[in-house]
Design a protein around this ligand. Structure first.
Ligand code: ATP
Ligand code: MG
Length: 245
């Protein structure tokens, strides 16, 4: 479970606060979508939840552990699939995954069996010895995903995991996340694809300008806000058409 209360965050060079009093509760087993326009504060909130960035004010807990005080203690609970690809370009897919496996403290033979399971599942068996800088974007995203879930965390946090990938890669990534979630893993993800989020998430929060402006079950939120027929309608109604920086 993840719980944040009254989080405020201003970057040193930032003019406006990136987060302005965010409250959020994510329950065990949720498939939770954090949705918002560019610059809304999604990545900032994720980096605080993962203990990678401090907040100015507020509290944040993961499985009852105080994230802001003990960021090292929560690392065992979650796997992060970051917005920017976090792989070593000059290493092969297999070398990258072995590196991440060792970093998570997974025993060598378990790393091997996990890598042998995940590379074919992600359609990469023929490319395991190819360097990441020779991969297409979709292939990199698939390896980025494996790197975040290799150690079987109880919470998986993904920042725009399907951005820039083809339909085939997207379907595979989303089906994998659905499958993992159906076995009890909590999934927290950000996306700009609202149809995708409406289909996948049991709960969503819409964030804009550092504030959560709506939170709940997608179908209920859509039904409450007449005349909205889908999540995209609701999103536009709540956040408007003005472009963000
Ligand atoms: N390192 C930084 N230094 C200064 N300002 C930052 C930094 N990172 C983010 N910001 C600012 O904080 C705000 C929130 O940014 P954030 O990256 O969290 O948004 P986001 O919702 O993830 O956007 P996107 O959809 O574009 O990924 C923005 O105004 C952004 O310009
Ligand atoms: Mg972001």
């Amino acid at each position: 479970m993840v719980q944040v209360n009254n989080l405020f965050k201003t970057y040193k060079k930032g003019f406006a606060p990136a987060l302005s009093g965010v409250n959020l509760t994510i329950q065990k087993g949720d498939f939770f979508g954090l949705l918002g326009p560019n610059g809304a504060g999604k990545t900032t909130l994720i980096s605080i939840i993962c203990g990678l960035s401090p907040a100015n004010i507020g509290t944040a807990y993961m499985n009852e552990t105080d994230i802001l005080r003990y960021p090292e203690k929560i690392k065992k609970y979650y796997g992060l699939v970051p917005q920017d690809i976090a792989l070593y370009p000059s290493l092969t897919a297999e070398e990258n995954l072995r590196f991440f496996g060792r970093m998570y403290g997974i025993p060598g033979n378990t790393i091997k069996s996990e890598v042998d399971f995940w590379l074919p599942k992600m359609g990469l068996s023929n490319h395991r010895h190819k360097k990441i800088n020779e991969y297409s974007t979709g292939m990199k995203r698939r390896v980025n995903l494996i790197a975040g879930i290799l150690h079987k965390p109880s919470i998986i946090i993904l920042d725009e995991p399907t951005v820039g990938v083809d339909v085939q890669s997207r379907v595979l990534i989303l089906e994998t996340l659905k499958e993992i979630n159906s076995k009890g893993t909590t999934v927290i993800y950000t996306s700009h694809y609202l149809e995708e989020a409406e289909d996948l998430c049991n709960r969503i929060a819409i964030i804009d300008k550092g504030r959560i402006i709506k939170e709940g079950e997608p179908a209920q939120l859509i039904a409450q806000e007449n005349p909205c027929s889908n999540l995209e309608d609701l999103f536009i109604k709540l956040t408007g058409k003005e472009l963000r920086d």
